[in-house]
Design a protein around this ligand. Structure first.
Ligand code: NDP
Length: 330
């Protein structure tokens, strides 16, 4: 099989020279192991900070080792009682066409018509991020005015929809007219093109003249600063990601930081893994919404293992709408 490895740590934006596709010889399975032919793997913004050295919530990628990440596939060989050939599983050995792993490190996926893509999106950790970030971390409730950035992306597009399903007023931001149309089509009440000229904070204030109850932050930087400026007293911020800052080590200035005190803002960071013990609760609710057709999932699919790095780069240039995935074996 073949896997992408990181051969050097990017400085600033990642580029092809940081990656190499390597052969990984298939060893015979050991007792308790399975071999999975991957159908899709996920590319995610958090993989960029994983390319740097240093402390984070997940160990950095090791140079010259196969990279990892969420993937879905089918068991093609098994030496475990838990799985038979043909079973569909998700696991964490993405960035490769075929994965050999201990059976206990795979998650069985339901038999049925749901496409593999869902399990790397609404019915996987992306769904958990949106659900727990919005309802638990930000404690968003019906009637709240909620602002979500990167609203045309994987997490953001789910946040828009589940916030509307729970009776909130939703403001979404995205880059460019096409993406803004998509966010509107998901039900957002107001959409802001953050790439249009003029201070973002003015546009946010125009969309939320009475202020924000909740900000679901996917980007950091200017939009976070603006949200602090427009927040109501006691507003809750779920800090999910800061993609606008991942390729830069320049210090960021905030002009509204003092409002954290003056408005008693509650700013809470979180990681979806913090909520793993409550996964079933989330999957039951998301599964219900998906099965009733109440959640639209959009994918940007890159075909073939060769396109793995391109798929990843697209996250930073806004080349994806909805969940960015790499499809294998087509
Ligand atoms: P997306 O599908 O949203 O893709 C990233 C999007 O970010 C792009 O499509 C682009 O949209 C936008 N973007 C890129 N650069 C910038 C920039 N400089 N300023 C503003 N927007 C930018 O990715 P995900 O949904 O997977 O992730 C969204 C965020 O959530 C990320 O920050 C990620 O790290 C975080 N995350 C956190 C998790 C957690 O457990 N805490 C779990 C999963 C994700 P556009 O064209 O609109 O600019």
């Amino acid at each position: 099989s073949h896997a992408w490895t990181l051969v050097s740590r990017p400085k600033g934006s990642p580029s092809m020279e940081n990656f190499a596709l390597r052969d990984i010889p298939d060893q015979p399975l050991k007792e308790g192991e399975i071999r999975v032919s991957n159908s899709f793997f996920s590319v995610d913004p958090y993989m960029r900070p994983r390319m740097d050295e240093g402390d984070s919530y997940i160990a950095p990628f090791e140079l010259n080792e196969p990279m990892t990440g969420a993937a879905v596939g089918r068991v093609v060989e098994t030496r475990s009682e838990r799985y038979k050939v043909g079973d569909r599983v998700s696991h964490f050995l993405g960035w490769r066409d075929s994965a050999t792993l201990k059976a206990e490190n795979a998650l069985p996926l339901p038999v049925g018509d749901l496409k593999d893509e869902y399990f790397l999106d609404a019915l996987g950790v992306i769904g958990m991020t949106a659900y727990f970030g919005l309802f638990d971390v930000a404690e968003a409730r019906p009637g709240d005015v909620v602002f979500v950035s990167a609203a045309a992306g994987a997490v953001g597009s789910l946040v828009v929809q589940i916030a509307k399903l729970r009776g909130m007023t939703v403001i979404g931001s995205a880059g460019g007219a096409e993406k803004c149309d998509f966010v509107r089509s998901l039900g957002a009440d107001h959409v802001i093109d953050y790439k249009s000229p003029g201070p973002f904070e003015d546009k946010l204030r125009a969309a939320a003249p009475d202020g924000l109850d909740v900000y679901f932050d996917n980007v950091g930087g200017e939009q976070l600063d603006a949200a602090m400026g427009v927040a109501k007293r006691n507003a809750r911020f779920a800090i999910c990601g800061m993609i606008g800052m991942y390729n830069s080590d320049a210090p960021i200035g905030f002009s509204n930081l003092f409002t954290v005190i003056s408005k008693r803002l509650q700013i809470r960071g979180f990681i979806n893994g913090d909520f793993m013990a409550r996964r079933d609760e989330c999957m039951a609710q998301m599964g219900y919404w998906v099965s009733k057709g109440l959640i639209e999932s959009r994918y940007t699919i890159f075909d073939g293992l060769d396109n793995g790095p391109q798929a990843f780069f697209s996250l930073f240039s806004g080349g994806n709408t909805g969940k960015a995935l790499v499809r294998l074996g087509a």
